[in-house]
Design a protein around this ligand. Structure first.
Ligand SMILES: [Zn+2]
Length: 201
């Protein structure tokens, strides 16, 4: 690899990394607006500290969120969370490079917030091997991350039906996430009871 290519990768890494550190620094002077969904999730995380770092950091380091070249590893999603050997959020750098290059900071934050909701559910002892719990967490992560926004808040029934499709959006998103986790969920559907339970969780 040439020096020019090397330095290009280094500077790209730096700006992506810089943005992530800025997001978790809670300074009021971020160069982009911090999403209310992100703030809500960080509030729920409480005293725990999220440390941006490198995925190559040693397991004993504090790093618990980092960028990963997912496509090289054959993962087609945007991010994922692992609890072993320690809890860590992996962000797919291909996705983030695209959003950050285009100034789509909200979309980038929504993906991180989605993983933070999973983090919170793990703190609440959700067992993701339990399909109902996995579904609830995916459903909650869609709604509470801003990935399924509620567009209309008025009282017109027709407009409500047209615009407020966040529940369907969360359902579709949760099912597609589950399918990508394990193909055994290909034909799995939650009961209406379960959906209501997750909504009110
Ligand atoms: Zn998820």
């Amino acid at each position: 690899m040439s020096d020019i290519e090397d330095s290009k990768i280094l500077s790209e890494y730096s700006s992506r990394d810089k943005w992530l550190r800025e997001l978790f620094s809670f300074s009021n002077s971020t160069s982009f607006s911090v999403s209310p969904y992100f703030c809500f999730a960080m509030d729920q995380i409480g005293d725990e500290v999220i440390y941006p770092g490198s995925c190559f950091d040693d397991v004993t380091e504090k790093t618990n969120i980092c960028f990963l070249q997912c496509r090289k590893l054959g993962f087609g999603g945007n991010a994922f969370i692992r609890d072993n050997p320690k809890r860590i959020i992996f962000l797919c750098q291909e996705t983030f490079d695209y959003f950050l290059k285009n100034g789509e900071y909200q979309e980038a934050q929504n993906i991180i917030t989605h993983e933070l909701i999973h983090w919170i559910d793990l703190n609440r002892n959700f067992d993701f091997l339990d399909q109902d719990k996995l579904f609830c967490s995916e459903f909650r992560a869609r709604i509470l991350s801003g990935q399924c926004p509620d567009y209309y808040t008025g009282s017109n029934t027709l407009l409500n039906r047209i615009f407020n499709n966040y529940e369907q959006c969360a359902l579709d998103g949760a099912l597609s996430s589950m399918k990508s986790v394990d193909s055994k969920f290909k034909n799995w559907k939650p009961s209406q009871d379960l959906i209501e339970k997750c909504k009110n969780d």
